[in-house]
Design a protein around this ligand. Structure first.
Ligand code: CP
Ligand code: NVA
Length: 296
């Protein structure tokens, strides 16, 4: 595995190997303390972040390596230095690059020119680190990959896309429930063998083993007010939770807009595994970096 940009390009055994390493690493952290000694991860951000930035940086530190926070607006990129030159030069100093960018095309441009592994830390199209980590969190919580059903409700966005790809990779049944205007991208839907698309939230949750939502308006999205109006019936609240099976767990990648796509009562309920998801970002990404640097 050279890069981690798009789960559609990752083989099932590679995906499951990272999940397996994550579990070992999470429970035997001491055995991994020095594994990234002298290794530096460059963390390039065009967009804001809390979890992605901190989990990668703290994760590198914990394994004896180092993460450099590189905000594009404070770099020569803001004055027009090309992605090509930036990627080539970073590759001369650092062992891997993680980038969070507005456009997916730019991510591909970085990968074309970098000579070290490139990790997609979110684009307008995909959020593969989130989905990888969420599939670890699901399995950790007793959800059976390959047979239990993941139900995503809300905007058919980058997080939905990567979850759909992870569901395909693990042959896990998935329902995506959105308004017609906010369906996932056609190309992602057409490539998916495991996704069922519905528009009625109560129908969607009836056989859910996990319920997942994300913000209705993503970073860089247009038309926020109209979108919020359309998505109102897709809120995960206690009424919708009551329509799901009793054992259902609730997930959110965070940041949440409490009271919008999910209510306080649901976020703070016993059904929520949202903070476990957030914690697992660090363990999963440590495992990912180890695999990309052939240290696993
Ligand atoms: N879930 C996630 O990627 O969070 P941040 O935007 O805070 O990094
Ligand atoms: N869909 C959200 C995810 C944030 C982690 C966004 O792109 O803003």
């Amino acid at each position: 595995m050279q890069n981690f940009i798009d789960i559609a390009d990752i083989a099932t055994d590679q995906f499951m190997d990272i999940i397996e390493t994550t579990d070992d690493l999470k429970h035997n952290k001491d055995a991994y303390r020095e594994t990234l000694e002298d290794q530096t991860l460059l963390m390039l951000f065009e967009k804001p972040s809390t979890r992605t930035r901190i989990s990668f940086e703290a994760g590198m530190t914990e394994l004896g390596g180092h993460g450099i926070y590189f905000y594009s607006e404070r770099s020569q990129m803001s004055r027009g230095e090309s992605l090509k030159d930036t990627a080539i030069v970073i590759s001369r100093y650092c062992d891997a690059i993680m980038a969070r960018l507005y456009s997916h095309e730019k991510m591909q441009a970085i990968a074309d020119h970098a000579t070290v592994p490139v990790i997609n830390g979110l684009t307008d199209k995909l959020h593969p680190c989130q989905a990888l980590s969420d599939f670890y969190s699901l399995q950790e919580d007793g959800f059976e990959l390959g047979s239990d059903r993941l139900v995503y409700i809300g905007d058919g966005n980058n997080v939905a896309h990567s979850l759909m790809q992870a569901a395909d990779t693990t042959d896990t049944p998935m329902t995506v429930c959105t308004p017609e205007e906010d369906e996932p991208a056609d190309a992602i839907l057409e490539a998916s063998d495991t996704t069922e698309l519905v528009h009625d939230p109560e129908e969607a949750v009836a056989d859910a083993d996990a319920l997942y939502t994300d913000v209705w308006v993503s970073m860089g999205d247009d038309g926020a007010d109209a979108k919020r109006d359309r998505l109102q019936p897709y809120q995960i609240n206690m009424d919708l939770l009551a329509a799901a099976p009793d054992h259902v767990r609730v997930m959110h990648c965070l940041p949440a807009h409490r009271g919008e796509e999910i209510t306080d009562a649901v976020m703070d309920s016993d059904a929520s595994i949202i903070y476990e998801q957030a914690e697992n970002r660090m363990h999963t990404q440590q495992a990912l970096v180890l695999h990309l640097l052939d240290q696993a």
